[in-house]
Design a protein around this ligand. Structure first.
Ligand SMILES: Nc1ncnc2c1ncn2[C@@H]1O[C@H](COP(=O)(O)OP(=O)(O)OP(=O)(O)O)[C@@H](O)[C@H]1O
Ligand SMILES: [Mg+2]
Length: 458
């Protein structure tokens, strides 16, 4: 990117010298002999940074600074002054000067100050762009085969009014899928109302779903509309559907079919038009077998099944997701966007993420908070990610161990391998090893001998 510096000084010799130096450094330079010319020049073409002299005839530097900041509050200004009075510096800082350097100029200092100011300016721009993005609806991130298929399925299903049962492990993105379906449906201008069936206590669920009339029960001092009512014309998202009691399942089945109900304590029948999306991480077929889920409700909800794949089946999406979350949390924390190096990324891709995208997202949030550097390196990851091949080595030995059909021999194999590793960890120091693993030093000595472990080799 081209970086333009506007230099403002009434002394021609300084203008010329500074211009030469900055051009040598690869900057594009514009020069102005006074404040008025500076304002015109900025209007004509916005620089990345302004280098401004304080003592000038007519409009002095402080006044120029004030005007620049009024019109271009985000434009960084570096002040230079021949008389480094504290008072001027304080005034300039208060007016929003980015930095202050003294004449005679040290060119190194000058370049450094300008580069810092420009970097700051770019960061502000990046942040503004990022802030714009935050308000936008969340997309389903991923390019893997399984996610591409999922998106295709959503595109087909969303515009229809069909009911969808969304299945998948914890944290795979079921809710995100529901939101996406609603957003791509013809009901998108109407609300999507969430019902978390696991979170609502049994005795409240009817009033939550269907609402109640004033005076329906103690504490019902006003009429309250239920979620079915609120979702009218839109979508009702029944989340964690398997956690609903059998009694509520029976009740809801009837209402889902008829799309009409009465408020608790009321007699008026309310007719609605809602599309139902349901989600669960449970194996509903098994729940039916065990008598915990109604088969008829299952068939009613499962018009179109959508399966959200676990993250371990689409590890190639991890870099994209990590990038998205780095951006999200950097903005949230008001810092420039952090990046991650390849080694660290590979380590993350080597992990299975049992908590799926939610686990990855929480993990990235912690990383952004806890890593002081702008680049997250492999060393910054917590321990389990340090030796990516450790697991493979270990499992090979464990396999050998399990292949052994003699208990005594297997125990001996284990003890030997264990002690070799531990001794290695403590640089072959027997005292420290014995303390660390909680056996007596003499005992450790005996073991080393009897298992013919060479401490050097360890
Ligand atoms: N493909 C994706 N792209 C971007 N973000 C995602 C994706 N999938 C999930 N997420 C994010 O991961 C988090 C968990 O997703 P969501 O709540 O939709 O999962 P869930 O399957 O409903 O989880 P649970 O079973 O725990 O209710 C959310 O912050 C969500 O925005
Ligand atoms: Mg969910």
């Amino acid at each position: 990117m081209e970086t333009r510096v506007l230099v403002v000084d009434d002394e021609e010799s300084i203008l010329e010298a500074v211009t030469d130096i900055l051009e040598d450094e690869g900057f594009q330079v514009a020069a102005a002999p006074d404040g008025r010319a500076a304002i015109l020049s900025i209007r004509d073409s916005l620089p990345s940074v302004v280098l401004l002299d304080i003592w000038m005839p007519e409009m002095d530097g402080i006044e120029t600074l004030r005007r620049i900041k009024e019109e271009w509050p985000f434009l960084p200004v570096v002040i230079m002054s021949g008389h480094g009075t504290i008072e001027t510096a304080v005034r300039a800082t208060k007016l929003g000067a980015y930095d202050f350097i003294e004449k005679p100029l040290s060119y190194e200092q000058l370049i450094m100050a300008l580069k810092n100011a420009i970097r700051f300016y770019e960061m502000q721009e990046e942040n503004a762009l990022l802030r714009q993005k935050v308000g936008a609806p969340k997309e389903i991130t991923g390019k893997s085969e399984v996610i591409t298929q999922l998106k295709r399925q959503i595109e087909v299903v969303a515009p229809t009014d069909a009911w969808v049962l969304i299945r998948g492990e914890n944290g795979t993105g079921k809710e995100l899928v529901a939101q996406t379906i609603h957003r791509m449906s013809k009901r998108r201008l109407r609300p999507m109302i969430d019902v978390n069936c696991a979170a609502i206590p049994e005795e409240l669920i009817e009033s939550e779903l269907f609402g109640h009339e004033k005076g329906a029960f103690t504490g019902a001092s006003t009429m309250k509309r239920g979620k079915f009512d609120l979702a009218n014309g839109g979508t009702l998202f029944l989340d964690e559907i398997a956690d609903m009691s059998l009694r509520t399942q029976a009740k809801i089945l009837r209402i889902l079919q008829e799309q009409r109900f009465e408020r608790v304590g009321g007699s008026k029948t309310i007719k609605v038009d809602v599309r139902i999306l349901a989600a669960t991480n449970k194996d509903l077929e098994k729940e039916i077998e065990k008598g915990r889920f109604r088969e008829d409700l299952y068939y009613r909800l499962n018009v179109i099944p959508i399966e959200v794949p676990p993250l371990r089946e689409r590890k190639e999406d991890i870099p994209l997701l990590v990038d998205e979350f780095l951006e999200e949390f950097s903005i949230k924390l008001g810092m420039p966007k952090k990046t991650i190096d390849n080694d660290a990324l590979n380590a993350l891709m080597g992990y299975d993420w049992p908590g799926n995208v939610r686990e990855l997202r929480n993990f990235v949030e912690r990383l952004v908070i806890l890593t002081p550097d702008n680049i997250i390196k492999h060393e910054a990851l917590p321990r389990p990610f340090h030796k990516p091949d450790n697991k493979a080595v270990l499992s090979k030995e464990i396999e050998e161990l399990f292949a052994c059909n003699d208990f005594k021999q297997a125990r001996t194999m284990f003890e030997k391998e264990y002690l070799i590793r531990k001794l290695k960890e403590f640089d072959g120091n027997i005292t420290r090893t014995s303390e660390a693993i909680g056996i007596e030093r003499r005992h450790l000595h005996r073991k080393i001998k009897s298992l013919s472990i060479s401490v050097e080799a360890a």
